[in-house]
Design a protein around this ligand. Structure first.
Ligand SMILES: O=C1CCCN[C@@H]1CCCn1cnc2cc(F)c(F)cc2c1=O
Ligand SMILES: [Mg+2]
Length: 485
């Protein structure tokens, strides 16, 4: 039937599970934590991939493909890299009826797959920088409750793995890639994110430091890691003996980065913009930006209306938009309006007898429902303005909602209160790991503990003598805290 049974502001979890299916993005699968990505979702992934892939190619980063399978010896190369993750590793133990001599792991990430070959390929400084990326799937047999796009046992991502002669080059690339991730979220998905650095406790344990773009879901009051760009330092170079002879003939270890974004991006976009009528897609990532629907009237010139719809689509597509006409004669206009609203198409164009007579079309925006009559002569320019405005409006509304959730706190009492109000908390922190662990312990509960999300690159002023909200020690930095996905 038409329409969602759950409301976003009343039962967010149920609303989300329903909207991803009703919007034809996801089909549930018979293995827990695995989902079918239908074309309506895959097209969003492909649009983002086209952007990101073209941008990294400008940076002279090359795509490659390493095997899905990891031998156990290699996977366990470094205890502290893997130990915490071991329960998530999926293993192949049989082929056909017979057991494998040695079980084979399925990649949860590809450091240990790739770096033995980095060691082999990198000899001299002329082999640097080595900058490879791969578009692939990874498997992590997670146990906390699976959520389409947000947490699944298999997901699509890109993983970049780069090696440099100097730390300065690595540091710069970390930020260059993080900016691309910000653009993915803010320019394509219309989702505001905060750039920052993860704490020592939250960073990738195998690396030197982790930078992140953090998003926030107001409905649940939870932060969500949007994408990460790590500087690995020389940790993996040491583990895998990735060294080179520099131009002075000295032996040195390379400096490495690794960075990824995943299909989680799509879930964050859905959670941010969706409403009680269904998905709301930002035009930049909508496979269909404009759907044209004929509104025939009993004896009116139906063929004329259908021709006008086809002509409108042709004009829009020739102008670089993604438009489609829904000429199905077995569904009513009303049914089509609901169907395409559920799929989140940003702009609907209706053409009925009156529109035909007046040489105009009736445009309806999906973001705010506004109806606009457009003279057919101004079609392309008006549609461009509308789509640009919808894109910007979706971002502005999301930014305003996110900013309204930010609560600056100075004391523990204020922190606990803000947490209870599903706020995104900005607090002065002494930057001590023990204190961070203590906050986790003190806020444990069925909603999950509070944790640091990131220390924003853009730091508000920290007046001399400001104390840490949790320990009372001298504060060193402003940090975002909250519950998270
Ligand atoms: O996040 C990135 C960017 C792309 C390349 N990898 C890094 C760090 C991944 C951190 N990580 C994350 N999850 C893991 C899960 C596992 F089962 C496992 F064996 C290892 C890992 C693991 O290393
Ligand atoms: Mg994980």
């Amino acid at each position: 039937g038409l329409g969602l049974t759950h409301k976003k502001d009343e039962n967010f979890g149920e609303w989300y599970s329903e909207v991803v299916v009703s919007g034809e993005m996801i089909e549930y699968y018979d293995i827990s934590g695995c989902y079918i990505l239908r074309p309506w979702a895959m097209s969003i992934w492909e649009i983002m991939q086209a952007f990101f892939d073209s941008e990294i190619k400008k940076m002279n980063i090359k795509n490659c493909y390493f095997p899905l399978f990891v031998s156990p010896a290699v996977l366990q190369k470094e205890k502290d890299h893997i130990e915490g993750f071991a329960p998530e590793v999926a293993w192949v133990t049989k082929s056909g009826e017979s057991d494998l001599e040695v079980p084979i792991a399925i990649r949860p990430t590809s450091e240990t797959v790739m770096y033995p070959y980095y060691s082999k390929w990198i000899r001299g400084h002329r082999d640097l920088p080595l900058r490879l990326n791969q578009w692939c799937n990874v498997v992590r047999w997670e146990f906390s409750h699976p959520t389409p796009f947000i947490r699944s046992r298999e997901f699509l991502w890109q993983e970049g793995h780069t090696a440099f002669a100097t730390k300065e080059e690595a540091d710069q690339e970390v930020l260059d890639i993080l900016e691309l991730y910000r653009r993915i979220y803010e320019e394509f998905l219309a989702v505001p994110v905060t750039k920052g650095k993860k704490s020592e406790l939250e960073k990738f344990a195998g690396g030197l430091y982790t930078t992140t773009v953090e998003a926030f879901i107001p409905n649940t009051g939870r932060g969500i890691q949007g994408a990460t760009s790590h500087c690995l330092g020389q940790n993996f170079a040491k583990m895998f003996e990735i060294n080179f002879e520099n131009d002075k003939g000295e032996k040195g270890m390379v400096w490495q980065n690794s960075w990824a974004y995943t299909t989680r991006t799509i879930g964050v976009m859905i959670m941010t913009h969706g409403d009680d009528k269904g998905l709301v897609l930002p035009p930049k990532v909508a496979a269909i930006q404009v759907v044209v629907i004929p509104v025939p009237f009993k004896d009116a010139d139906t063929q004329g209306i259908l021709d006008a719809c086809s002509a409108t689509v042709k004009t829009l597509n020739e102008s670089g938009f993604r438009a489609e006409a829904d000429l199905r004669d077995n569904y009513s206009p009303g049914w089509k309006y609901s169907n395409w609203e559920m799929k989140g198409v940003p702009l609907r164009i209706e053409i009925g007898p009156r529109d035909l007579a007046n040489k105009q079309v009736r445009a309806v925006r999906r973001d705010n429902g506004a109806k606009i009559d457009i003279p057919m002569d101004n079609l392309v320019e008006e549609v461009k303005n509308l789509l640009d405005n919808i894109q910007q409006n979706l971002f502005d509304v999301a930014k305003q909602k996110k900013d309204a959730c930010i609560q600056v706190v100075k004391t523990w009492e204020e922190f606990v209160e803000a947490l209870g109000q599903k706020k995104l908390i900005l607090a002065p922190w002494c930057d001590e790991e023990e204190v961070e662990k203590d906050v986790k312990t003190r806020t444990k509960g069925e909603m999950g503990a509070a944790k640091t999300l990131c220390s924003p690159f853009v730091q508000p002023e920290l007046p001399e003598g400001t104390l840490c909200f949790a320990s009372g020690k001298p504060a060193k930095k402003w940090t975002y805290w909250g519950r998270s996905y």
